[in-house]
Design a protein around this ligand. Sequence first.
Ligand code: BGC
Length: 427
Amino acid sequence: MTPSAGRRFPLPDGFLMGAATSAHQVEGNNVSSDWWALEHGPDTFVAAPSGDAADSFHRWPEDMDLLRELGFNSYRFGIEWARIEPEHGRVSRAALAHYRAMVRGAIERGLTPVVTLHHFTSPHWFSARGGWLAPDAADLFAAYARTAVEVLREGVRHVATINEPNMMALMYALRRLATEHGWSALAEGGSTGGAAFDPSAVEPDPDVTRALVKAHRAAYTALKEADPDLQVGWTVANQVYQAEPGAEAVAAAYARPREDVFLEAAREDDWIGVQAYTRHRIGIDGPLPVPEGAETTLTGWEFYPEALGEAVRHTVQVVGAQIPILVTENGIATSDDERRIAYTARALASLSREMREGADVRGYFHWSALDNYEWGTYRPTFGLMAVDPDTFARTPKESARWLGSLARDGHLPSGAAPAPAATSAAR
Ligand code: BGC
């Protein structure tokens, strides 16, 4: 069942409507990356390894064919540094040829490619020599960006340097604490053997934050020097921090290191990527749990589609109205595809409200094109298309047909009053 047509918001000319993936989450066998090493290391906290993932390394033509047939005009995908430079200083010509073919393949099908250079995974050698905290990390990343220009030259306009730097800096801080206190302390969100820490109180590591901003700026410069027409940005996880009455200052202080410093770093960019899934309420004493009785998704997040419009509004406030926005991720982990459609219809209505009020939004990419590897598990299914884990057969869901038809018709849902929040249990 699809939502009734309701009022429609016509998409501006050139609006990109697509779906997104990241290299490690769909390609499979990304054996030279630090995540692969983590997945296979002794005493790893990673529950399940990525393995073959969705085998998109080989099946990308089929993925793109399906996206195009469904009606989309764009595809956001990642290229993998660990494949392009599997050993420090050794560039794989075969990997570059592979990604060049992907860019050409997208364009031939009428899909505008939006390419991410770094999506949580680095080459193992890079992490082993200190990762983002190594003194020459920014230079190494900029050198990789320069190498990637050979891929981008095939016809990419929008390139994202680093995906969710705020989540990466947070993960770094969490991993350091977990190494000190044990992973069970993190899993329990509490204490082990008297050593306690509360994950929601952990801030992104400030040194990693600074290093990521520096690496982003270095890559920005390298890319623009190579090709001034490239439109360069990064994509930030928008947490939609909502202050309870009286907690405005607490929420602002909480949001700053976790989100706003990364948005501020985009003020000199060509565009900013907004990624939003849910909200986080902040009370006088800090983060609050998901409201009692609220519907939650397979990741345990609150079903709160209006997060998207609120994230766009906050981004405009912090970055400034002059920087164009691409919604580079938005979606829901659910096994109930009707809830995916309901969620996305409301998310898009909240987006079109912001656009009507002047937000310069140039594209929307649903997370995700495919059910994929959700960083340690295959259980939360975000995909518009299901993937058979044995045969890798792709099956578009009803949500894929519904969203593809909006892309084809060139409109977003608009104006409908938000549906009342559902109160069922996790799906
Ligand atoms: C990340 C994706 C992830 C998605 C859902 C974003 O934080 O960029 O890699 O799969 O959210 O958790």
